[in-house]
Design a protein around this ligand. Structure first.
Ligand SMILES: Cc1cc2nc3c(=O)[nH]c(=O)nc-3n(C[C@H](O)[C@H](O)[C@H](O)COP(=O)(O)OP(=O)(O)OC[C@H]3O[C@@H](n4cnc5c(N)ncnc54)[C@H](O)[C@@H]3O)c2cc1C
Length: 548
């Protein structure tokens, strides 16, 4: 049996175990390239001026803006609720250029300064951006922030702060929408963005079709995009887009085959921030490519800048993204499984690979550590047909639990494959099992690792990896192994668009009627909400203004 067959079966069993059927994004097959292109639709079931796939941050901005231009709007959303990744986001939105809130706090800013800050070649994260996109984005910063205010988004009114890309304070944070976890999903500030936008969109007459998955983009005879097919409960609904169709499906991080185009190391074991609430399956990108679209800025994914891969902060549970600790009261929690133990200091633990060996200085927060996780294989790996780096496990003892003030029991940890406890190190190694741990961890190897590390603590020097300030031995039972494998976050490449958010083909020609915004769009590797809200708004406006 080859590796993928074996993983495929066991992983499916694993993923569905305990599933409630809430929140999980429906897995619907999308059309193959041949099916998707040149399809004639004989009957449209629904029709609107502007049709949008995805009711996340970019899709909702697009919908409101298109409606404000007088267009009728239908949004198809795959999930059972709106919000996408933005719902569980931190709601930090650094937009500048002279927004109303900046002015209120006496901050002087301009579109030109925003542009300069985001085209500074010292900024490696943004060095390879498409300047047309950055210029348009800078020019629309202030208007977009004020648009959010006008559509009911509330921000914490404190002096804005600087973020990496800026020389001027621009960062404001949205307020959590309500106390009700059924409404906010996790109580994250990002709920204040998307719930407010949803309310405004609905009030303005936007129609949102939930549980409808985009499965086809209709481009007749290689000319204009005229509509889409959405699928609900295996039924197909053809929706005509009289003026334009906007892809706002939010990137590709959840799609293993697709993400490996950019970095072949990103195999199955890497979990994704924002899941299991919302998936980014690259549906929009794949369907657009099937009708001639191309990608843009693809090197950004593997540039080792920005947050495409992140170090885990919450360990012992499946989803340990640093800025999202799942709330046990969340309606999603049965699918999440565990909130995770928040690591105050990696000084309190060691990290080992699936062979039970340390591989790097655990205190390192750079891509050095991440690269070592993703691909630093010891010679044992050759015989095991590995491709990605495999699971990373944090190993620690009872003393570390005391120092970190952890309670290593559910719901903080998830004992179903993500957290293990034993009285001896060898027993601990033998217990570690989940579908990503392809073979049992060699018990003797883990014991040797711990013994060696404890000797380094005695000697005051990490002879292997130069970890500074070695202080604590791993020696007091019970011993623990907690899932600490890096988490994927941003989709930093996507479809090629111009400054009007029109999607381009391989010749640089506009595909008429097709627009894209959000993480599905490429060419500008800026993290998160500032990029997706600005381009969502532009896409909505431009699609609404387009005439066939
Ligand atoms: C935990 C977390 C914290 C974050 N914190 C911040 C922050 O503080 N500041 C910041 O700037 N950024 C933050 N981000 C990033 C930010 O949330 C995202 O960049 C942003 O939400 C992306 O917007 P989007 O519209 O492209 O995608 P999303 O908001 O993910 O929306 C995409 C929508 O499309 C839907 N969809 C997907 N496929 C289909 C299909 N085939 N048919 C129909 N619908 C489909 C999805 O269900 C989803 O609702 C955070 C992200 C996460 C996960």
């Amino acid at each position: 049996m080859n590796r993928s067959t074996k993983l495929g079966t066991s992983r499916r069993t694993f993923l569905t175990k305990g599933a409630l059927g809430v929140g999980a994004t429906a897995v619907v097959g999308i059309a193959s390239p041949d099916e998707a292109s040149a399809q004639r639709v004989t009957k449209w079931d629904r029709s609107a001026d502007v049709v949008i796939a995805g009711a996340g941050a970019s899709g909702l901005c697009a919908a409101i803006m298109a409606r404000e231009q007088g267009a009728s709007v239908i949004v198809v959303e795959q999930n059972h609720d709106i919000g996408g990744h933005a719902m569980v986001s931190g709601g930090r939105i650094p937009l500048g250029g002279g927004t109303r809130l900046q002015k209120k706090f006496g901050v002087i800013d301009s579109a030109d300064q925003v542009y300069l800050d985001h085209t500074d070649f010292h900024n490696l994260e943004l060095r390879y951006s498409d300047r047309e996109l950055v210029r348009v984005w800078a020019d629309e910063n202030a208007a977009t922030f004020d648009f959010l205010l006008d559509n009911g988004v509330q921000f914490e009114e404190v002096m804005p702060t600087l973020v990496n890309e800026g020389t001027v304070p621009r960062l404001f944070r949205t307020k959590v929408y309500s106390d009700d976890l059924k409404v906010t999903i996790n109580g994250s500030p990002g709920s204040g963005l998307v719930r407010a936008l949803e309310k405004s969109a609905r009030a303005k007459g936007v129609e949102i079709l939930l549980r409808h998955s985009l499965t086809r983009i209709v481009r007749e005879n290689g000319s204009r995009v005229t509509g889409i097919t959405a699928t609900i409960d295996n039924k197909q609904v053809n929706v005509e887009a009289r003026r334009g169709f906007i892809i706002a499906t939010g990137g590709f991080t959840s799609n293993v085959a697709y993400r490996r185009m950019f970095d072949p190391r990103l195999t199955e074991e890497y979990q994704v921030a924002g899941e299991p609430w919302s998936k980014q399956n690259a549906d929009g990108e794949m369907l657009a490519m099937a009708i001639g679209a191309v990608l843009w800025g693809t090197s950004n994914v593997a540039s080792e800048h920005g947050r495409s891969v992140t170090k885990t902060r919450h360990i012992g549970a499946r989803y340990g993204y640093e800025n999202l600790r799942w709330n046990p009261g969340s309606p999603m929690f049965p699918l999440v499984g565990g909130a995770g133990l928040t690591v105050k200091s990696y000084q309190d633990l060691i990290c080992v690979n699936q062979f039970g060996k340390r591989f790097w200085n655990e205190l390192d927060d750079t891509y050095g550590y991440l690269n070592a996780c993703l691909g630093r294989h010891d010679p044992d790996a050759k015989s095991r047909k590995l491709n990605g780096g495999g699971p990373i496990w944090a190993i620690f003892d009872a003393d570390a639990v005391r120092r970190e003030e952890w309670d290593p029991t559910p719901p903080n940890v998830d004992p179903n494959g993500w957290f293990f406890t034993a009285d001896t190190i060898q027993e601990l190694a033998r217990k570690i099992a989940n579908p990503y741990q392809l073979a049992p961890m060699p018990a003797r190897a883990l014991e040797e690792t711990v013994t060696k590390y404890n000797a380094y603590v005695d000697a005051g020097k990490d002879a292997e990896f130069g970890r500074p300030g070695l202080m604590f031995k791993v020696q007091i039972p019970p011993f623990h192994a907690a899932w600490a494998t890096p988490i994927l976050h941003d989709a930093l490449a996507g479809l090629r668009t111009n400054g009007r958010c029109e999607v381009l083909d391989i010749r640089g020609q506009v595909i008429p009627g097709l627009y894209c915004a959000g993480e599905s769009a490429g060419g500008f590797a800026l993290h998160g909400l500032p990029r997706v809200t600005v381009f969502g708004r532009i896409a909505g406006r431009e699609a609404a203004r387009s005439r066939t």
